[in-house]
Unconditional design. Structure first.
Length: 517
């Protein structure tokens, strides 16, 4: 190249692009080839050929031949640039500059320590969702990887926008387009709408002042129309906010409704925004926030909270709950535990009885399935865990039916389909297995007698996930706890079933009794 190499860059923060000296190159028409190119560049490490074949091609095909063909097409795209595609008989490595590499360090960073210019530069590189045009539904491991990074990018974008809007509040012309971009991501945030209105007023006022300072041409200028007063900030209900756990993990939380506060302790398979669309969870949020302020947060490794976190210990989950309480500004509230988060709720209530006006525990257990020591149950659960790692989120009707039927025996075909999306969007296969394994050894037997807050324990009579005896044992061990058995087979109550209506009635009555003090 006559002593000067051309600069290649891969852009993945939006639709895939490869540019040479800033100009886009033509890419192969094969979606899998383009996805392979992006995967190699973003991961930036050596991959075994056999592993790439497993990720991108089905066994009945000729995966090694397909991989060779795709690599040849990638070489044609990258020929003559500053890239290094190294492929031998066993492994493949690609070194190529990507826009994601500049964003990645901000995933776990304290954004307040970064300069405004740096944050604006990263924000300018985000053109859309991560590899927005390269969803491969049949390549589950690739798709799970893509979805996880897409969530990280979304979290970083939200964080940068919030940081810059707050930082530039005295520069409304710079802050306004950032706030408007943030509003497009969280359209239901009423407090942000009020902030935008205030910024617009400041911009109009500054423009009017500049016009008044300008030389007059003789004719009197009409006075500018008064700006509308900013609407009072309100709890939007669906606006996602972020806080830091004690180990730096980013946690996502949100509030809905108004009234006496309910804090739902986090459980696995949640996603703060997607849950509103899902028939699995949307009726829970709607009813719990009808007369109350409902605060939810995504457990680490789930939803919009940070994924692939090493520490998922019980103690850390309790600490995360403490951090969310502080970030949400909750002084006193009803603590709601569901399933494995019942144990976390118990530990929190013992440490902070002054915060908890009452505790509601549904579908929980004193000991996890491994700690219970039943050899038959352990064998069944371990077999299910193996299936989970291989089939999580895949369109496998047998696994979907077995998994969904365990949690929601009364599910319809619509629920089965939504459960697929819920699995895929909320947690990766490895994290799902790790979280289930961690919850299997929970044992709060020694904590029950230490609870000193009013407690209501509810349980479905024919729950397949946590036997009803677990709920009875929990209630019996907590001083003064009340136990209510509900007629249902579902671990997650469905909309319209009588047990869910009874559950909501009992919850509202308990809060009315305990939250006034």
């Amino acid at each position: 190249m006559n002593g000067s190499q051309q600069r290649l860059e891969l852009r993945v923060l939006g639709d895939l692009q490869v540019t040479r000296d800033g100009r886009p190159l033509d890419l192969p028409p094969s979606r899998k080839t383009r996805a392979l190119l992006a995967y190699l560049a973003v991961t930036a490490r050596q991959h075994q050929r056999e592993r790439l074949c497993e990720i991108f091609w089905d066994i009945p095909d000729d995966p090694r031949g397909a991989l060779r063909w795709s690599l040849s097409k990638i070489r044609q795209v990258l020929d003559g640039g500053e890239s290094s595609l190294i492929a031998d008989r066993n492994a493949v490595t690609l070194n190529l500059e990507t826009d994601y590499a500049r964003l990645a360090p901000l995933v776990k960073a304290d954004l307040s320590t970064h300069s405004t210019e740096e944050l604006e530069a990263v924000l300018a590189s985000i053109r859309g969702g991560f590899l927005a045009d390269l969803s491969l539904e049949r390549c589950f491991e690739y798709e799970s990887w893509r979805q996880a990074i897409a969530s990280e990018v979304e979290i970083v974008e939200l964080g940068i926008l919030r940081e810059l809007v707050e930082r530039l509040t005295d520069q409304p012309r710079r802050a306004l387009p950032l706030a408007q971009r943030l509003r497009r991501l969280v359209p239901d945030d009423a407090s942000l709408a009020a902030e935008i209105q205030a910024l617009e007023g400041k911009v109009r006022s500054a423009a009017a002042q500049a016009a008044n300072r300008a030389p007059q041409s003789g004719a009197a200028r009409p006075a500018p129309a008064p700006s509308k007063p900013a609407a009072p900030a309100q709890d939007s209900g669906r606006a996602v906010q972020f806080c830091r756990a004690r180990d730096g993990t980013r946690l996502a939380y949100a509030s809905t409704g108004s009234g006496p506060a309910i804090l739902r302790a986090a459980h696995w398979m949640s996603h703060l925004t997607f849950d509103w669309d899902s028939p699995i969870w949307r009726h829970w949020m709607r009813e719990l926030s009808r007369h109350n302020r409902l605060v939810r947060y995504d457990q680490r490794c789930n939803g919009l909270s940070q994924r692939h976190v090493v520490d998922i210990s019980f103690e850390t989950m309790v600490s995360d709950l403490e951090c969310v309480v502080e970030a949400a500004g909750l002084d006193r509230f009803t603590l709601l535990g569901l399933s494995q988060s019942c144990a976390v709720s118990i530990a929190y209530a013992i440490r902070h009885p002054e915060k908890v006006s009452g505790m509601i525990l549904y579908g929980g257990y004193v000991k996890g399935w491994r700690a219970r020591g039943d050899a038959g149950e352990i064998a069944t659960r371990e077999a299910a865990a193996t299936l989970m790692r291989e089939n999580w989120g895949k369109p496998n009707p047998m696994f979907r039916q077995a998994f969904c039927s365990m949690f929601i025996p009364g599910a319809t075909h619509e629920h089965f389909a939504w459960m697929d999306d819920l699995m895929l969007r909320t947690v990766s296969p490895d994290d799902a297995w790790r979280l289930q394994s961690a919850s299997s050894v929970i044992d709060v037997s020694d904590l029950l007698e230490k609870v000193r807050v009013p407690t209501l324990v509810l349980h479905a009579r024919d729950d397949n996930v946590a036997p009803v005896e677990s709920g009875r044992t929990m209630a019996a061990g907590i001083p003064g706890a009340r136990f209510i058995e509900l007629e249902s087979q579902n671990h997650i109550f469905l909309e319209g079933e009588p047990a869910f209506e009874e559950f909501i009635d009992h919850v509202r009555a308990f809060i009315a009794e305990t939250a006034g003090g």
